[in-house]
Design a binder for this molecule. Structure first.
Ligand SMILES: [Zn+2]
Length: 174
């Protein structure tokens, strides 16, 4: 039996959580892992090499989801300014925004629900690949509250894996 790569296992958890609602545990890290800082800056350097700057903000305001429920914005990708804004230095938020940027550069999806599904899926994979497997719960529920559907996931699955692989390959050169 071939050894499953960490991101492959993570993707299985993501699909299971999305389609069945059964969320594999794992939870959040209690504290920042020692390599968090190193991986965070590696991803910042990759974005910089792609012409994308990363900025910290005290407040990014609120937005509403597909069901008109408000939420606090933790990060955002601005394709006009080629800029990623973050509320704080978090690898999971940065990887989500980096996936939006990669999706934009690959000329991918367009609808909000599709963009958020791609960013949530590919960002989660990047997060797990470099920081260890964590629960897919937050990434899946965020994509769903942005309106992502099972139909979109099955249609975009190959593309989400491509976005992750492109980023992962570029990161290994950093
Ligand atoms: Zn997003």
């Amino acid at each position: 039996m071939a050894k499953m790569l960490r991101w492959e296992r993570a993707w299985g958890y993501f699909l299971q959580a999305f389609y069945t609602g059964r969320v594999h545990g794992g939870g959040y890290w209690k504290a920042k892992r020692p390599d968090h800082v190193q991986h965070y800056w590696k991803l910042v350097r990759l974005l910089k090499a792609l012409g994308i700057s990363v900025w910290l903000h005290k407040d990014l305001g609120e937005s509403i989801d597909a069901f008109n429920r408000p939420f606090t914005i933790g990060g955002c990708w601005n394709s006009y300014g080629f800029k990623v804004s973050l509320l704080y230095r978090s690898y999971s938020i940065l990887s989500h925004e980096a996936a939006h940027a990669a999706d934009y550069l690959l000329n991918g999806t367009r609808r909000t629900s599709e963009c958020e599904l791609v960013a949530s899926g590919a960002g989660y994979l990047l997060d797990c690949a470099h920081m260890g497997i964590r629960s897919p719960g937050p990434a899946v529920s965020y994509a769903k509250r942005q309106g992502a559907t099972s139909e979109e996931l099955s249609r975009l699955e190959e593309y989400i894996l491509r976005v992750f692989n492109e980023m992962n390959t570029l990161l290994s050169d950093q």
